[in-house]
Structure formats: C-alpha cells, structure tokens
Design a protein around this ligand. Structure first.
Ligand code: HEM
Length: 447
C-alpha cells in the first residue's frame, strides 16, 4: 500500500482525530495524567473509549469454518436452464449477478494454518433481484454423516480434545468407526485433495440434493458443482508442512494477490438433474449426503461461470460478519427432504443471531441488494430508521401486499413419526470404487 495515497475510508469524514461521539482529540498518544509521571485520570474519556473499543474488537468466531477468506465478483449464466427453474437470476444466458464467496477450513480456529488436512468450505452468496441465494458447500461432494442430529458429535470428534486442546485422530477414528457411512468422505479427506494447494485450485459442491421448480411447477432434483478453470491442485504432506511452516495464511494471500494482479479466479457451474419419478431407480438414496450421484449415470450440465474480480475492502466487515445460510433460497430453488439439509435450515440463522446479533441481515455484506420489507424490527444494533406508522399486516393504510405467488414442490408427504436411519444404506460401494480408482502405487501403499 502506498501510504501517501491512503485516505481514511468512508466510515469517517473528519480530517482530524475525534472520539466516537465526534469530539476533537488533540492528543492521541499521551494519556491524561496528573503531572508528567502521575497516575491516569478516569476522566480521560478518550483513553477509556479507545481501550474499551479495542478490548471488544473480536466477535465470537464461527463454531466451524472459523478460518476463511472472501472475495467478490459475479456469476454469469452461460446456458439456458429456464425450462428447469423460474429463478430470475438464471432466466437467460448473459444475465450477471453480483456475488461474494467465502472459502474456509472447517475444524480449527480463526488463526490456524491453511495447510491442514481438512475439508474446505466453498460458500457463494448471490445477490439476486429476488433476494439472496446462498450455496453453502464444501470442496468434497459428500459429507461424513447423513443425519443432522449427529453434526455436533462429528465436529466434536474432529475438534481438539477438550482436556488438552490437541486434535487427536483416535477420537476421530473412534467416532467414525460407528459410522460406516463416513467411508467415502474419509477417502476424500485422506486422498491428495485433503490438502488443496490453495482456494483457487479446488472444486466446490452444494453436496445436498436441492429442488428446482419451473414456472409450471414442475420439480427437478439437482446437485450443484463448481469446477475451477485453472484445474484442481493439491499439496502432498511434505509440501504442506513447508508451506504452512513459512506462511500460515498462504491461501488467503494467494486469493488476494491473484485478484489484485488481475489473475481472476474462475469456476464453471454445472448441475446434475434428476426427475423425481426416477428417485428410486438407484442402489443408493438420492437424498443421502454420504453418497455422490455417479456422473456416468447422471451427467453434468453446464449452467454458468463465477468470476472473482474484486478483493474485499475490509476483512472484518466482509469476512467475519458475513453470514452464509443454506436456508437462503429464491423462487425456483427449493430444499429437499435430506435430513442434513433440513437440520442446516435451522442452524445458520440461529448461530448468526448469536454470533453477529439479531440484526445481522442489516449489515451491508448480508443485506439483500433488492427492495425488501417486513415488520420484524428494532432489537440490538438496529440501524434502520423506520419512518412509518403501520407496523402490522394487513392494513388499509399500507400499500405493501403479499408478493406474487411462486410455485413450490407440491408433493404430498406422509409417514409415521420415527427416529431411524434411511432404509437404503449403501455404505461401502462408492467408497470402494473411489479407492480402486487411485493410481496402483498409491493403491498398494494406501496413500
Ligand atoms: C458454517 C452448522 C453441515 C458447509 C457453519 C456454521 C454452523 C454450521 C453453525 C457457522 C456459521 C457461521 O457462524 O456463520 C452446520 C450443521 C450442519 C452443517 C448443523 C449439519 C446439520 C454442513 C455441510 C456443509 C457445510 C454438510 C457442506 C455442504 C458449511 C460452510 C460453512 C459452514 C461452507 C462456512 C460458511 C462461511 O464461509 O461463512 N455450519 N453445518 N455445513 N458450514 Fe455447516
């Protein structure tokens, strides 16, 4: 950065130092004391405010995916999918939508090295004209478990031992040995892709089955895939140790410097689609997050491209306060009955209200870029000014009405209340196929 070019950002507009309340500060370097060597006076309001602000600079970090980096750009539709979905941002080739993307590791703390063996988060927020749509995915197409009620357990097993705060693989293996459905994800984690070279050279997957709905209400199951145009690259153990030993932020730095130098990272978006009538034709359950949809049976179709061409302006505002949420969908894209996804629909806004605060969606990075209106308001840190008298619905004095109805899946759901595993478990076939696909030397050594 050129210090002579730097000017304070838009949050401040005075050419001199002030307190938060705007009073001029004529000395920001010496505390107010009794004589040159005496004790500090409590009336040094500026000192107290400065230290009090400083000691509150951190918010709770994310319980998972605490370590991450974000960048901005756009998504452009390249192929017509309007027969599958009425989503406005997918309405025609050429349509562009602004996005912010956050990449992350999963298990360790905010300052942990980016070279560890861990899944990577790949979360994309589309600021569409119909509200925000978030694909909150990972760089693996599958997950260790298939029921959201087990998520706290799998994360606890991977997190450091609560006694020593050291990550220990006996805990991981202990837990996973009770969950044979984790085998395929385990094979991804211990494959080379378990340590991506950086964030630019990795794939992304929505993981869950989602539902597309077109204008006529026709429903199609879908999986989302991001493919990097610069290819997938990973690090072997020794390289990871060397890179992580010299720079614990190498992936954040790579992303930032690539964009700053005009080498914009790009991914192509592909979808796999499935007619619900064919749902039962496979040996596995198509809602099971521990299984892929094999591409030879259900091929990939191109949809669009994602280009990251702008760095964030402030890490705290656009990375730490960023709130990704798989429950954020738009008309034309719906959830599925996948038990992991259903649990996630609750988890994210719940954690955001705790981690960031009830009005987290008012923050610029999280707020929709389209017009929006409802009667949820006030609360801590509300900074909207509502100059209106009607705060209920309906009202003859308020012109705001229901939005136009859009189609949602119409399937009739029935069954008895029960806690159980899905009937069609196939825990090993796909894991075996992946293991045998590895090059023979690796197959022999198991590396
Ligand atoms: C982040 C919960 C499964 C991908 C988070 C966070 C929570 C959470 C609480 C922190 C969010 C924040 O503080 O902003 C859960 C639960 C799950 C689940 C309860 C299972 C029921 C998954 C799965 C994936 C995933 C299967 C991958 C498909 C992510 C990503 C982030 C995240 C990418 C980071 C988002 C960001 O960059 O801000 N998850 N998660 N999670 N989760 Fe999950």
């Amino acid at each position: 950065m050129d210090p002579y070019k730097y000017r304070p950002s838009s949050a401040y507009n005075a050419p001199f130092m002030t307190t938060n309340a705007g009073a001029p500060v004529y000395n920001n370097e010496s505390a107010l004391t009794v004589g040159p060597r005496g004790p500090i006076l409590l009336e040094d309001y500026h000192l107290v405010e400065k230290i009090a602000n400083f000691t509150r600079e951190r918010m709770p970090e994310r319980i998972v995916h605490a370590r991450g980096a974000s960048a901005k750009g756009f998504f452009e539709v390249t192929h017509d999918v309007s027969n599958l979905t009425c989503a406005d941002f997918l309405r025609a080739p050429g349509v562009q939508t602004p996005v912010i993307v956050r990449f992350s590791t999963v298990i360790h703390e905010r300052g942990s090295p980016e070279t560890i063996r861990d899944p990577r988060g790949f979360a994309v927020k589309f600021y569409t004209r119909e509200g925000n749509f978030d694909i909150v995915g990972n760089n693996f197409p599958v997950f260790f478990i298939r029921d959201g009620i087990q998520f706290p357990d799998v994360i606890h097993a991977f997190k450091p031992n609560p006694k020593s705060h050291i990550q220990e693989y006996w805990r991981v293996l202990d837990f996973l040995s009770f969950h044979p459905e984790s085998m395929l994800t385990f094979a991804w984690l211990f494959d080379d892709v378990g340590v991506p070279q950086d964030y630019r050279h990795m794939e992304g997957f929505g993981v869950h089955t989602f539902t597309l709905v077109n204008k006529a209400g026709k429903v199609t199951f879908v999986k989302f895939h991001w493919k990097p145009t610069c290819g997938v690259k990973s690090m072997l153990e020794e390289e990871a140790i060397r890179v992580g030993g010299t720079n614990h932020s190498h992936a954040t730095q790579d992303l930032y410097e690539s964009i700053a130098s005009g080498n914009y990272p790009e991914w192509k978006l592909y979808i796999q689609t499935l007619d619900p009538a064919d749902e039962d034709k496979f040996d596995f359950d198509i809602l099971d997050t521990t299984q892929i949809w094999p591409e030879d049976l259900i091929p990939l179709h191109p949809v669009g491209r994602l280009v990251l061409n702008r760095n964030i302006d402030n890490f705290f505002a656009e990375n730490e306060q960023l709130a990704m949420n798989p429950a954020h969908t738009v008309p034309g894209i719906h959830y599925s009955d996948d038990k992991m996804l259903q649990a996630r629909l609750f988890a994210y806004s719940d954690t955001h209200r705790y981690r960031i605060g009830v009005n987290y969606l008012q923050l610029p990075v999280n707020a929709p870029k389209c017009a929006h209106h409802n009667n949820h308001y006030d609360g801590c840190m509300n900074f909207t000014h509502r100059d209106e008298e009607i705060d209920y619905f309906p009202s003859r004095y308020d012109t705001v009405r229901h939005a136009e109805k859009f189609p949602i899946p119409a399937k009739i759901i029935h069954g008895k209340r029960e806690r159980c595993t899905i009937p069609k478990e196939d825990n090993f076939t796909q894991a075996g196929v992946r293991y045998r696909s590895w090059a023979p030397d690796r197959y022999k050594t198991g590396l």
